[in-house]
Write a protein that binds this ligand. Structure first.
Ligand SMILES: Nc1ncnc2c1ncn2[C@@H]1O[C@H](COP(=O)(O)OP(=O)(O)OP(=O)(O)O)[C@@H](O)[C@H]1O
Length: 346
């Protein structure tokens, strides 16, 4: 649905100022009909990436292709057509305060020159779709954050786009409202077959609804793939750091803060074990005890769900002497358990 091919975006560079490279050789494909999340730290280039899709920014080099059309080659009319195919929702909703909910949703259709009756026929079901049938005549100031975002979503859907871009759409909402908006986006994706591309700094959002994820760091895509795979076995340092607090069992900060990268004599190894799908905690931990001896502490444990798939994680500690470490390593290899050494401590 969307392809970024060696996309670079530079800002500035005139008047003798050095140019700033916000995106650096980005290659990424967004699958049609799916929900793809882009995560990254503040300033990593997420907004720039998403703004290239609807032509709000132009790539300095490389190609951005949306549904077969290269965005960079479009003139004014082409861009207008593209923006009808690409809806967008925002963190702060961007509603017009002087218009009712209904009239906010109608705005893109008025701009497109649709007649009043056709607009009514299009907007009325959208108000219902987003669950605000009784609020159509309210003004934004009379609506909650979640209700405003529902209006934002309905407005984005008014032109019947194929692609929905979401720029931190839940970042201003409380956790419960966030969940309800994510449910709505999931329903829209499933029922309307709409492709969703979202950028967020909230790992929970991606974990809940995105089937695919890409991680951006300093303008480069450092990792991408199935959300379940990336979240359960992050490879890049940035991904590991972004996800460390977001998935599975969490270690108390006072333990985490004292961990060292190498063991000193008498130290213990702290290791996260990851269990997939139906694999039970019980038998594997019992077998690990049989392998390395009874001196195994369980420090934290949780069952989690990522993009609809269950998995569990357990943080354990055991003596970090060479013999125990070797026995544990052998056991992990035999069982295929995914593990992550968090560090060593007393
Ligand atoms: N119009 C611009 N002119 C100059 N620099 C810009 C411009 N837009 C973005 N940048 C720079 O490009 C980098 C990436 O910005 P971008 O907004 O894409 O990051 P982001 O990942 O969306 O960050 P955040 O999560 O904080 O919104 C930043 O360092 C930013 O300062």
């Amino acid at each position: 649905m969307v392809a970024f091919e060696s996309v670079t975006k530079r800002f500035g560079g005139s008047n003798g100022q050095p140019a700033f490279t916000a995106l650096d050789g980005v290659d990424l494909t967004v699958a049609r009909g799916g929900i793809t999340g882009i995560i990254g730290r503040s300033g990593a280039g997420k907004s720039t990436l998403i703004r290239l899709v609807n032509g709000l920014e132009k790539a300095s080099s490389g190609r951005v292709v949306v549904d077969g059309i290269e965005v960079g080659t479009l003139a004014e009319t082409g861009l207008r057509d593209l923006r009808r195919q690409v809806g967008m929702i925002f963190q702060h909703f961007n509603l017009l305060s002087s218009r009712t909910a209904f009239d906010n949703i109608a705005l893109p259709l008025e701009i497109a020159g649709m007649d009043r009756k056709a607009i009514r026929d299009r907007v009325a079901p959208l108000v219902d779709l987003v669950g605000l049938g009784d609020k159509a005549d309210r003004y934004p100031a009379e609506l909650s954050g979640g209700q405003k975002q529902r209006i934002g979503i309905a407005r984005a859907l008014a032109t019947e786009p194929k692609l929905l871009l979401s720029d931190e759409a839940t970042s201003a909402l409380d956790p419960e409202t966030t969940q309800s908006i994510l449910e709505l986006l999931k329903d829209i994706n499933r029922d309307l077959g709409l492709t969703v591309l979202l950028i967020t700094h909230e790992m929970e959002v991606v974990k809940t609804i995105a089937s695919q994820v890409a991680v951006i760091d300093k303008g480069k895509i450092v990792e991408s793939g199935r959300t379940f795979d990336i979240f359960t076995a992050p490879q890049h340092e940035t991904t590991q750091s972004l996800l460390s607090a977001a998935i599975g069992a969490k270690l108390p900060e006072w333990i985490r803060a004292d961990l060292k990268p190498q063991p000193a004599p008498g130290d213990r190894a702290l290791v996260r074990l990851v269990f997939f799908g139906e694999t039970a905690f019980q038998p594997l931990t019992a077998r690990l005890v049989a392998e390395i001896g009874p001196d195994l502490n369980i420090l934290a444990g949780a069952i989690d769900e990522i993009a609809g798939e269950p998995f569990g994680s357990l943080v354990v500690s055991y003596a970090a002497d060479p013999q125990t470490l070797e026995r544990a390593a052998r056991f992990y290899q035999q069982t295929g358990l995914t593990t992550e050494v968090l560090g060593y401590g007393a």
